[in-house]
Ligand binder design. Structure first.
Ligand code: KMH
Ligand code: ZN
Length: 274
């Protein structure tokens, strides 16, 4: 089996310090958590940023600071969110692209998101895809539901995305496709040949879905963005313990972990900037 790429989703836009006091907020805290996750075996970090008061921000200056701090410490792949937070405009969401990231997310459809709606109309998706492409950044397709894979195919037809692509199957968002092995198998079976995939199970589904992906030959995303618990009733002390749990499972079943260099090759990411 191919080496396992573990993604750490460190902060997100929705998790609060009230829910988990270990949530990193300031650039220094986010970068420090990224380094901890890298030391535990993650080869890719998925980044959001926060204002000092904890509210979500896609400001270029914040992302530039976080990325500079990470890159002085390690060679982990830096992936920024272009999803941002519910209600942000495309221009606001794409502020994160200004920090020369290796990868950026590209959400491929509108989805109910708890009580909110995460809006991704076709024109918005095309706009974000074009901005990512223009900068030579590798996209990670975010699929919250089955039709989002069809939208990726449509983007490829229009020349806005290259296939094969790397796809994050986000399962368990309240309003999106639920998390389960049957749902994951359907999604994986719907991908065009050569695509790589990772699974981001939300909430209590995070580690079970990650372990299933490890055994299944896929990749896994964990972290406080999607889940705040290490096990029932025990808060995760940052994202690193969640990465460590997946790495431990991989060791148990004999799956090697990808180094960032191997992950770049597997996910078709350009070489690390000098
Ligand atoms: N915060 C969600 C509304 C992404 O990072 O691209 C969107 C999100 C997806 O987190
Ligand atoms: Zn995100």
């Amino acid at each position: 089996m191919q080496p396992l790429v573990i993604t750490a989703a460190l902060v997100g836009a929705e998790t609060t310090r009230e829910q988990n006091p270990h949530l990193p907020i300031h650039p220094e805290e986010i970068a420090a958590d990224a380094v901890k996750c890298w030391k535990e075996g993650c080869s890719l970090v998925h980044l959001h940023a926060r204002n000092p008061d904890g509210s979500p921000s896609q400001a270029a200056a914040l992302f530039k600071r976080i990325v500079a701090l990470i890159r002085t410490e390690c060679d982990v792949i830096v992936q920024v969110s272009t999803g941002g937070a519910v209600g942000m405009s495309v221009d606001e969401r794409c502020g994160s692209l200004e920090c020369s990231p290796d990868m950026a997310t590209l959400s491929c459809g509108t989805v109910n998101f708890g009580d909110d709606v995460f809006m991704n109309s076709w024109p918005m998706i095309k706009d974000i895809a074009a901005r990512i492409r223009k900068r030579g950044i590798t996209p990670e397709i975010e699929a919250f539901d089955a039709g989002h894979i069809d939208t990726m195919l449509r983007l490829a037809k229009e020349g806005l995305v290259d296939l094969p692509a790397h796809v994050d199957l986000v399962l368990g968002v309240p309003g999106g496709l639920s998390a389960g092995e049957r749902q994951l198998e359907f999604m994986v079976g719907s991908l065009p040949p050569g695509c790589t995939w990772t699974v981001a199970g939300v909430g209590r589904h995070q580690l079970p879905m990650a372990y299933y992906a490890v055994e299944r030959g896929g990749n896994a995303r964990v972290g406080l963005e999607d889940n705040i618990f290490l096990k029932k009733g025990v808060l995760a002390q940052g994202s690193a313990p969640l990465v460590a749990a997946v790495a431990e499972h991989a060791r148990k079943v004999g799956r090697p972990l990808a180094t960032p260099t191997q992950a770049r090759e597997l996910l078709r990411v350009r070489p690390r900037p000098e």
